[in-house]
Ligand binder design. Structure first.
Ligand code: PHE
Length: 494
């Protein structure tokens, strides 16, 4: 360790200690020799010097018994038993009735108890003592005990200490630590020049920067490992911060952002995606259908095209789902259940232009709220439409995204969605376990052909709250939305 890094108080303390090398220095001696008033400076400098190995510190802890609030009053005004005993000794016929008019009720009751235990009795309503000098001596011993505090607990009479411990608020015991410091051979060998106190700069001001003085100035080092108060200022909610991060990653990867409405038709949310009209996920228990607008008109050419695909596959070579397609079902208003409803409409509007589009937005499903489910949550959606786009490119894109988020271990597994083929599930390794974060695939011809799209489209939809659970280390998704200020303040900056 280099003596140059010493702080000024450490330099001064070491210099002082070098004057008497074999000595064990007490706090008081250090304070007076260093001309300090503040103990914290001495203790801090001693701590610093012993960390570097220039001094060794010996700490001794001992229990000190001192007066508590009631004890302080007793020291000033006399113990309760002493005051009552004095009154008894001064009265001609000290009666119980008289006592109550001289002392308050909260003193009279306990006081009589204390005196009885010291040998005072009541005879016919009058206080008498068989051996008054024994009472005197007992009271004197107690008074002397109180007067002698504070004192080290070993030095005190055990019986009196037990007695006072049983009485409320008179005495208390505290642990006090005393330190002594002595020089080590390394501390002794530090040269006098190194111990000259330097003028060091702890604040960079504009005056300093405008002059040339900053060039040769000595700067006070900061110890960034020390505890400090956390500034409590306004900040983004961790969820918002995470959305910003996801956004900047996709923007950086060359994607454009898509923002669209929550209110959609069943046609775009499901039929366009070749989700059969009798699919269980379309039932009331999964989807929030709207009262207002109960239905939203769709162009006939769309419902006709979807109808043909669903009933017999249209011109795609698919056999469709069979059954009867209902345009009325298509026109039902709902809260979107996934953001794929928006990317598919973007494609329908730009069927010929290669694109990379993403969104991070809210979706709605009738889920019972629990540790991992909410009826409103967010999806990270994306598409790539491009000549030659293939499964490998899809997997590579998702891996790149998660690697940029800080999760380099990603794997995919086969899955099923009515609108993609092949379909896959994306999993990320977290704390040694694989966690499913979303679905992806290549849109089927039943989805792309009726919209006039002939280029391959890679698509994915991933849970944002799930990702937030990883990033923030949560085991309950609800934590994100309960506005627990203490928790919010302690979240990392993303
Ligand atoms: N929409 C699917 C979901 O909500 C995810 C997905 C999107 C799957 C795009 C494949 C392609 O879970």
């Amino acid at each position: 360790m280099d003596a140059d890094a010493l702080l000024n108080p450490e330099r001064r303390m070491l210099r002082v200690m070098q004057e008497k090398s074999g000595h064990d220095w007490t706090l008081a001696e250090i304070l007076s020799s260093c001309e300090w008033i503040d103990q914290a400076i001495a203790v801090g400098a001693g701590h610093g010097l012993s960390n570097i190995g220039y001094v060794s510190t010996t700490e001794t802890s001992s229990a000190i018994v001192r007066l508590a609030d009631e004890g302080q009053k007793a020291k000033e005004n006399g113990l309760l038993e002493a005051r009552i005993w004095k009154w008894i000794s001064d009265s001609e016929t000290p009666s119980m009735a008289d006592l109550q008019s001289h002392f308050e009720r909260h003193e009279a009751g306990p006081g009589v108890g204390l005196l009885k235990r010291l040998g005072v009795q009541l005879e016919g309503g009058v206080f008498v003592a068989a051996n008054p000098s024994a009472v005197d001596m007992g009271i004197q011993a107690r008074t002397a005990f109180i007067q002698s505090l504070p004192a080290a607990s070993e030095a005190l009479d055990v019986n009196l200490m037990e007695h006072f411990k049983s009485r409320r608020g008179l005495i208390e015991s505290v642990i006090s630590t005393t330190r002594t410091w002595s020089l080590t051979p390394q501390g002794q060998s530090v040269s006098a020049e190194a111990l000259v106190e330097k003028q060091s700069i702890s604040e960079i001001t504009s005056e300093l920067l405008q002059s040339d003085a900053w060039k040769d100035a000595d700067y006070r080092p900061f110890d960034v490992t020390l505890e400090s108060a956390t500034p409590r200022t306004g900040r983004s909610h961790p969820m918002q911060a995470l959305i910003e991060r996801v956004r900047s990653i996709f923007l950086e990867m060359g994607f454009s952002e898509l923002v669209d409405d929550y209110v959609q038709t069943a046609g775009w949310n499901m039929d366009a995606l070749f989700i059969p009209q009798d699919h269980p996920a379309r039932e009331m228990q999964d989807t929030f259908y709207l009262e207002d607008p109960k239905s939203i008109e769709l162009p006939k050419h769309l419902t006709d095209a979807w109808g043909a695909i669903h009933e017999h596959g249209g011109d795609t070579g698919s056999v469709g789902w069979g059954g009867k397609f209902s345009a009325e079902t298509s026109e039902k208003g709902l809260l979107r259940t996934h953001t794929t409803v928006n990317t598919i409409q973007y494609l329908a509007a730009h069927p010929k232009d290669a694109c990379r589009v993403f969104s991070v937005d809210r979706v709605f499903r009738k889920e019972a709220i629990d540790r991992t489910h909410l009826p409103e949550f967010h999806q990270i959606e994306g598409i790539i439409m491009e000549e030659g786009a293939n499964l490998q490119m899809l997997v590579a894109t998702l891996k790149t995204f998660y690697a940029k988020m800080g999760y380099p271990e990603v794997r995919v597994r086969p899955a099923y969605f009515p609108y993609t083929e092949p379909s896959l599930e994306i999993e990320v390794k977290w704390r040694g376990k694989w966690l499913e974060l979303g679905g992806a695939g290549i849109f089927r011809p039943e989805v792309t052909e009726p919209l006039g799209i002939s280029t391959p489209v890679l698509a994915w939809g991933m849970g944002l709250e799930r990702l937030a659970m990883l990033v923030l280390g949560l085991d309950d998704i609800r934590q994100l939305y309960i506005s627990d200020l203490e928790w919010l303040r302690n979240q990392p900056i993303l």
